[in-house]
Design a protein around this ligand. Structure first.
Ligand code: F0G
Length: 443
């Protein structure tokens, strides 16, 4: 099945369009871009996607991303033609998205007080985080436009994923990281996969500024989530969750919030599925910030200048965002959380994130480091692995239930974004008997 694809500015009043082979991440007016498709995919594809789980050694059926390739066919290929798939689609031998689907974790369910809680461990991706869903598509686009070198800033997982796919595709990869603020297991992956690590004094926001500047000057191809093709791949996180639920949407989908790529991709996936008539109900999105890096929480809930920041049909109050960023800079308010994955103060996708929250009637909450650690520990005690930032999901669900926002009879899918890559965190947690779920060592 072939479709035509193009890029379009997300601001409905602007709507500038570009060919799908363009590598810009913003329109001329500085707004983010969407990948758009002309065709309306038939709901009969649901059956095709399901059948592909019996993959017969076809890596594009085995891949939990490319299994849904008709819904992200920006290469405009014949998706049933294996030669075309092999020529265009980048995959780590079908490994991305293969093991991640919703699981029931009884101890977490009990703790948060919700029977119908499903948690989807995206850490069970080849590089250990949800990033592989979007990196496989971003690198596919890079290959389509004959890019030899990709570049990103990262709190560690993006760089691990970018470096892994670059190595596998024989591309160069530069990763800009905040020096001393990246989990050791993530940093080691960047080196292991042969990336050029560039250490930046400062935080993730500074590293992103530096990498975007370098990309602009040297013509590098950015694979951060401001790249619209990253967002396309990350839609499959939602597709897998919905497929598991027989395409009956849950009441809520919950993510930790950092740069808001996931929030944006979830919104886009739901907007498309709803528009195509594949789903009749729109789940509500809940984004969980860390208290130490809570820009979205602050702005969305009117905690700055008493104004609730909203999508406002594409005319979000960017002045408010700018003033808040200036306020942070002036008062040296730096993001600070032990969950370094989401230690981000200036979420690059904030406008797309607002659109997702608007479409889904979403909410934004925040949790403390201690709450995230408890969430992480409890997932571990169910036999599943996740990192501290992902612990924000059980912690956030518990908080929202406590506030009566999520009701006890509702169905919730929470995305556990990455696996543990800092072994000192669970070791320190369990060595301290003060911690709620600690099992201290015996001597
Ligand atoms: N969880 C984990 C484990 C992450 O690594 C990230 C982001 C997030 C949540 C936040 O996701 O940005 O889509 O809101 N990590 C990025 C990185 C920034 O560089 O690895 P988001």
């Amino acid at each position: 099945m072939q479709s035509s694809a193009y890029l379009q500015c997300i601001d409905p009043a602007c709507g500038l369009q570009y060919p799908v082979t363009d590598t810009r991440i913003e329109c001329e007016k500085g707004h983010l871009l969407d990948v758009k498709y002309n065709s309306v995919p038939s709901p009969s594809l649901k059956e095709v996607f399901y059948k592909r789980r019996n993959h017969s050694n076809n890596i594009f059926n085995e891949s939990g991303v490319w299994r849904f390739r008709e819904l992200l066919n920006f290469c405009q290929i014949d998706t049933e033609n294996l030669d075309q798939c092999s020529k265009y689609l980048v995959s780590l031998d079908g490994a991305e998205g293969r093991l991640s689907k919703p699981y029931h974790m009884s101890r977490v369910s009990q703790y948060v007080g919700l029977q119908n809680l499903w948690l989807q461990p995206e850490g069970y991706n080849p590089s250990g985080s949800f990033k592989d869903n979007g990196m496989t598509t971003a690198v596919t686009h890079a290959k389509l436009v004959k890019i030899k070198k990709i570049i990103c800033a990262s709190t560690g997982n993006t760089s691990a994923s970018a470096a892994m796919y670059a190595a596998n595709e024989n591309m160069e990869c530069d990763v800009y990281i905040p020096a001393g603020e990246v989990a050791p297991g993530k940093l080691s992956q960047a080196f292991q996969f042969g990336a050029q690590v560039v250490e930046i004094k400062g935080n993730f926001d500074d590293a992103l500024t530096a990498s975007l500047k370098q990309a602009g000057q040297a013509g590098g191809y950015t694979v951060n989530s401001v790249n619209p093709f990253r967002i396309e791949g990350q839609k499959t996180i939602v597709f897998r969750a919905l497929e598991f639920l027989d395409w009956n949407p849950p009441d809520w989908i919950v993510y930790p919030g950092g740069a808001l790529g996931n929030t944006s991709s979830c919104g886009k996936a739901l907007m498309e599925l709803y528009q195509w008539g594949w789903i009749k109900k729109i789940p509500r999105l809940a984004v969980v910030n860390s208290e130490g890096a809570n820009t979205l929480y602050t702005l969305y809930n009117g905690k700055f200048e008493d104004t609730e920041l909203r999508w406002n049909k594409g005319k979000a109050d960017t002045g408010l965002i700018k003033r808040y960023y200036e306020h942070m800079d002036k008062n040296q308010l730096r993001p600070k959380t032990k969950a370094t994955a989401i230690q981000i103060a200036k979420p690059a996708n904030i406008i797309k994130g607002l659109r997702a929250l608007d479409f889904t009637n979403g909410v934004v909450t925040q949790v403390s480091d201690a709450e995230m650690l408890d969430g992480m520990a409890l997932v571990g005690l169910n036999g599943f692995d996740c990192e501290m930032a992902s612990g924000a999901v059980p912690a956030g669900v518990k908080k929202l239930i406590g506030e009566g926002i999520i009701k006890k009879d509702e169905t919730v899918v929470g995305i556990l974004t990455g696996r543990q890559k800092d072994s000192s965190i669970p070791v320190d947690y369990h060595k301290n008997p003060q911690n709620k779920f600690a099992i201290p060592p015996r001597s």
